[in-house]
Design a protein around this ligand. Structure first.
Ligand code: S3P
Length: 191
């Protein structure tokens, strides 16, 4: 596999030693579950950006949004991601749904050597079904009380965010696939 003409990965792990595989995609697209299993499969570290922010800020994201607001969150999200990218060693990083869409982060990801961006692409129907069941811990959608409101919100939001998501170097459709199947698809493509 190539980026800017140079091989990223090789089976003998020579180039694999300092890779950052960065998963992007809308809330509910499976970044954390896929990232976790992908890291296990590749025997590398898994980093969940939301969890790293909560650790650094010593509070849950929902409290952080409440107490300090979204702009503060976006700044911290960007800084903490760039710190993770600068760490030595290979890792799989699951971002938050909005991470690549603010503060030039997508460009940073694309311009940073040894970063591979993968978009987990889920349909509006899949996202609505999944997020209807797990919106409480997500401050951006927690207030949407009906499935129709949620669906409408996601549709418009995806339309704005697709501009960023579509710039990823790889894209994997995730609808109706198990985490294992998605991970296999990614791994086959990497080597
Ligand atoms: C957000 C997505 C969340 C989290 C925050 C904001 C977004 O991450 O970063 O609530 O703007 O889409 P997940 O995609 O992991 O839910």
């Amino acid at each position: 596999m190539k980026k800017n003409g140079s091989f990223f990965f090789s089976l003998n792990n020579q180039v694999f030693s300092n890779m950052k595989i960065v998963l992007i995609g809308y809330m509910g697209s499976g970044k954390s579950a896929v990232g976790n299993q992908l890291a296990q499969t590749l025997s590398t570290k898994f980093l969940d950006l939301d969890a790293e922010i909560e650790k650094e800020e010593k509070m849950l994201l929902s409290n952080l949004f409440d107490k300090k607001g979204e702009i503060y969150f976006r700044k911290r999200e960007r800084t903490i991601l760039l710190n993770l990218l600068a760490q030595e060693g290979t890792s799989v990083i699951a971002t938050g749904g909005g991470t690549p869409c603010y503060g030039n982060v997508m460009q940073e990801l694309l311009n940073t050597p040894n970063v591979m961006t993968i978009y987990l692409k889920a349909s509006l129907a899949t996202l609505t079904d999944r997020l209807a069941l797990e919106k409480e811990k997500r401050p951006i959608i927690a207030h949407l009380n009906t499935e129709a409101l949620l669906n409408d919100f996601i549709r418009k939001h995806l339309f704005e965010r697709n501009f960023y998501y579509f710039q990823a170097e790889k894209s994997v459709k995730v609808d109706d696939k198990t985490v294992t199947a998605i991970v296999e698809e990614i791994v086959v493509d990497l080597f």
